[in-house]
Design a protein around this ligand. Structure first.
Ligand code: PLP
Length: 389
C-alpha cells in the first residue's frame, strides 16, 4: 500500500514484514529472510517465542491497562528480577530507551541537589527526546533542534583522561554505553569502565550506564558492564527487555532512589501490564545456559566471518551477539545491507561503513554459515566489477 501520510523520519526499505517465527521473517510477497537484526536488538528471543506469547495472551485476557495509580504484582516481579540481575535496588518503568534515559537524567540531577552537568561520550547514542538527545554526542542528530538542554558535554569515548579533565564542581554524572551500538559497535579499551567507576567514586558523581542496546543478555551477560565487574549507580534498559513490546526501565541504587518522591516523575503507559508480562517471561528465559549459548554463537559468528577472510571487510568487532563489520572505504553499508536483504538476510547498518549484526539468541550455525556465504557473494560481486575491495 502506498501512503503519502507517513512522516519521513525513516529511510525505509520497500518491503513489509508480514509474518515471523523464530529467526525467520516473511515479506508481503512471501520471500523469507533470516533475521540478523531482531528489530534493532529487540526480539532477542526471536519472533513469537511460545513462552513469551503465552504470557502476553494470558495478560491480554486479564487486564490491559490500569495506570500506575494502582499496585502491580507484575511490575514488582519484574523489578525484583532486574534488581537480582543487576545488583541495583529500585526500578522505574517507562516505554522506551529514550524515556529510560530521561528518567536517569532527572534522577541524577535530583540526587545531585544543584549539581547538574552530565558528561557523555562522543559517538554515543541515548535517544531522541531532548535530554537524551543532549546527552547524545553526535552533532548530526542535533542539527535543526537547537537549543539543546543546558548542562551536557561529550568527550572522546574510551579516553579516561578526557573524562577526568571535563569534571567540574557542577558535574553530577557520567553517562555512557558500555559498547557504543548506534555508532558502529565500538568496544572501549579494556579497563575503561573500571577506571570510569573509580573516577566517579573519587569525585562523588554518579555513573549512568545506558544498556538499552547491550543489556538483557545480548553480550553473553545480563548486562555488558558485568564483564568489567563494576556496578553503575543508574542503569537503563529497553529494546530487548520485553522482546518487542514497548518497555523501558531505569534501575538505580537506594541512594539515588531516596532523592525521588511521589510526583517527581511518572508515565501513563510506563510498565504497562502486557509489556511487563512479556518482560517477566523474558527474564525467566535469561539463564546461565542461555548466556553461555549467546557467547558461543557470537564467537562462531565472528570466527566464521574472519575465517572466510572476505574481500571488502576491514575489521570485525563486538561482544556476544552484537557485531560490527567495518567495510573497506568506498563500499556503502546501506547498499551491501540491501544486497544481503535480496539474498535473504536482514542486517543493520551504522553510519556509511558498518554492517551491524544483532541476531536473535537462537540464531543457528547454519544461518551463520548462510550469511557468511551470502556476504562472500555480495562482496565478490564488487571485486568482479573492479571496485577496490
Ligand atoms: N540508548 C541506546 C544505547 C540505543 O541504542 C537506543 C536506540 O537505538 C536508545 C537509547 C533509544 O531507544 P528508543 O529508540 O527505544 O527510544
Amino acid at each position: 500500500m502506498s501512503s503519502n501520510h507517513l512522516m519521513q523520519t525513516y529511510n525505509r526499505y520497500p518491503i513489509e514484514l508480514v509474518s515471523a517465527e523464530g529467526v525467520l521473517v516473511k515479506d508481503q510477497n512471501g520471500k523469507e529472510y533470516v533475521d540478523f537484526l531482531s528489530g534493532i536488538a529487540v526480539t532477542g528471543f526471536g519472533h513469537k517465542h511460545p513462552v513469551i506469547t503465552e504470557a502476553v495472551v494470558k495478560q491480554l485476557n486479564q487486564v490491559w491497562h490500569t495506570s500506575n495509580l494502582f499496585d502491580s504484582s507484575g511490575q514488582k516481579e519484574l523489578a525484583l528480577a532486574l534488581s537480582n540481575a543487576s545488583g541495583l535496588d529500585k526500578v522505574f518503568f517507562s516505554n522506551s530507551g529514550t524515556e529510560a534515559n530521561e528518567a536517569a537524567i532527572k534522577f541524577a540531577r535530583k540526587w545531585g541537589s544543584g549539581r547538574y552537568q552530565i558528561i557523555s561520550a562522543l559517538g554515543g547514542f541515548h535517544g531522541r527526546t531532548y535530554g537524551a538527545l543532549s546527552a547524545t554526542g553526535q552533532h548530526k542528530f542535533w542539527q535543526g533542534f537547537y537549543p539543546l538542554v543546558h548542562g551536557f558535554m561529550s568527550v572522546p569515548y574510551g579516553d579516561i583522561q578526557a573524562l577526568s579533565a571535563a569534571i567540574t564542581k557542577e558535574t553530577v554524572a557520567i553517562m555512557l554505553e558500555p559498547i557504543q551500538g548506534e555508532s558502529g559497535v565500538i568496544v572501549p579499551p579494556a579497563g575503561y569502565l573500571k577506571a570510569v567507576r573509580e573516577l566517579c567514586d573519587r569525585h562523588h558523581i554518579l555513573l549512568i550506564l545506558d544498556e538499552v542496546q547491550t543489556g538483557m543478555g545480548r553480550t553473553g551477560k545480563w548486562f555488558a558492564h558485568q564483564w568489567d565487574e563494576i556496578r553503575p549507580d543508574i542503569l537503563t534498559v529497553a529494546k530487548g527487555v520485553a522482546n518487542g513490546l514497548p518497555l523501558g526501565a531505569t534501575l538505580c541504587t537506594d541512594a539515588v532512589a531516596s532523592a525521588i518522591k511521589p510526583g517527581d516523575h511518572g508515565s501513563t503507559f510506563g510498565g504497562n501490564p502486557v509489556s511487563v508480562a512479556a518482560a517477566n517471561a523474558v527474564a525467566g528465559l535469561i539463564t546461565d545456559d542461555l548466556l553461555t549459548s549467546v557467547l558461543e554463537r557470537g564467537a562462531y559468528l565472528k570466527s566464521k566471518l574472519k575465517e572466510a577472510s572476505l574481500p571488502g571487510i576491514q575489521s570485525i568487532r563486538g561482544l556476544g551477539l552484537m557485531a560490527g563489520i567495518e567495510l573497506k572505504q568506498g563500499l556503502s553499508a546501506r547498499l551491501v545491507a540491501h544486497q544481503l536483504q535480496e539474498s535473504g538476510f536482514l542486517v543493520g547498518t551504522s553510519g556509511n561503513s558498518v554492517i551491524r549484526l544483532l541476531p536473535p539468541f537462537t540464531i543457528g550455525h547454519s544461518h551463520i554459515d548462510g550469511l557468511t556465504e551470502a556476504f562472500g557473494s555480495v562482496l565478490a560481486g564488487y571485486e568482479a566489477h573492479g571496485v577496490a575491495v
